[in-house]
Design a protein around this ligand. Structure first.
Ligand SMILES: NC(=O)c1ccc[n+]([C@@H]2O[C@H](COP(=O)([O-])OP(=O)(O)OC[C@H]3O[C@@H](n4cnc5c(N)ncnc54)[C@H](OP(=O)(O)O)[C@@H]3O)[C@@H](O)[C@H]2O)c1
Length: 311
């Protein structure tokens, strides 16, 4: 075997996987599930400022990846209303640069987007062919990121997901558990409906698809490159989600559940407007890759169990 074919064979067996944003909710889980797949190069803010295009390019050159998983994003939905440029630098420019560098290297680029690209006006799950119409800067910057990645071409997967939470980071579950220790009563919005999705399930589904691609189970890149919705099954309001959290947390985490009051969005004004109904249909993901994420209730149970086991 020549030196170059030996290197190529080694890369196929042991791909270099760059995980951008490895300290975020999703990034942490991706790093765990991809550990056995190849050589992991995990980076976060300490190694790269994604608002800086040159640093971002340099990062890819140094890492020389075969696969880039971009779990980084500007995710502060309300703050984005007053940090438009920063949100676009991280949610549009950085994915474009990463996609360009991936394309140059013929690497696979995996990116994530949001249900907040939709305006919430439907009352049935949104599909990939529905027209986006973001109501806030975060959603608009993420939509711009999708379009930038699609504009680059190359082998890419964009997974739109929703209401992400997990055992680490800033999320609704951990906020509820903290607030329950501080207060006896909580008022929660009951007229926004979505699909709570765990970072654990997202990482698993990504792993299943990427390893399937590596094993050539999904035909050619032309057949699988594209945009897919990827969420846990089912839907619920924030209020219903909070009820489910406290019902189980009381038993599993020995927590005294607060009294919950259901309120309307207009009673809880926030800088960013959020969609009323942002449930995503996963039919395309299921049809193309044959996978389905867990319904949200068992996924919540798994996350609460993980929190209990972590003490
Ligand atoms: N969270 C949700 O509810 C939700 C809903 C729908 C879609 N999504 C999408 O799902 C994906 C994963 O989200 P997530 O909830 O796991 O996000 P997350 O926990 O907020 O993690 C994002 C990561 O990106 C890093 N980052 C932000 N700005 C950076 C910069 N300038 N340079 C380097 N790193 C930077 C953050 O670092 P710091 O912590 O230091 O800022 C953080 O580690 C994102 O594409 C997000 O848009 C999330």
């Amino acid at each position: 075997m020549s030196a170059s074919s030996a290197t190529a064979a080694n890369r196929k067996e042991n791909p270099r996987i760059l995980i951008v944003g490895n300290a975020g909710q999703l990034g942490r889980e991706l790093e765990k599930v991809f550990a056995g797949v190849g050589t992991i190069i995990g980076v976060d803010r300490e190694s790269v400022d994604l608002a800086d295009a040159e640093q971002t390019r340099e990062l890819v050159h140094r890492a020389a990846p075969d696969i880039i998983l971009n779990a980084a994003a500007y995710t502060a939905v309300d703050r984005a209303e007053s940090e438009h440029d920063l949100a676009y630098a991280i949610n549009q420019q950085a994915p474009r640069v990463l996609a360009e560098e991936a394309h140059t290297r013929n690497a696979l680029f995996v990116h994530y987007s949001t249900d907040y690209v939709f305006d919430g006006s439907k009352s049935a799950p949104w599909t990939e062919t529905d027209a986006p119409n973001p109501l806030n800067v975060y959603g608009a910057s993420k939509l711009a990121g999708e379009q930038a990645v699609e504009g680059v071409g190359g082998k890419s997967l964009i997974f739109r997901t929703s209401w992400v939470y997990g055992p680490h980071g800033n999320n609704f579950l951990l906020t509820m558990l903290r607030l329950a220790r501080e207060r006896d009563r909580l008022s929660i919005v009951d007229d926004q409906i979505g699909g709570p999705t765990t970072s654990i399930e997202l990482a698993r589904a990504t792993h299943s698809i990427v390893t399937g691609i590596l094993a050539r189970r999904f035909d050619t890149p032309e057949d699988w490159t594209g945009l897919y919705h990827m969420t846990c099954g089912g839907s619920v309001s924030w209020f219903g989600f909070a009820q489910a959290i406290f019902a189980r947390a009381a038993q599993l985490l020995d927590l005294k559940p607060p009294t919950l009051t259901s309120i309307a969005t207009r009673d809880y004004p926030t800088p960013a407007t959020r969609p009323r109904y942002s449930v995503l249909s996963n039919a395309k993901l299921q049809a193309r890759f044959g996978i389905e994420l867990s319904p949200w209730e068992p996924a919540l149970e798994e996350t609460l169990q993980a929190l209990r086991n972590a003490g």
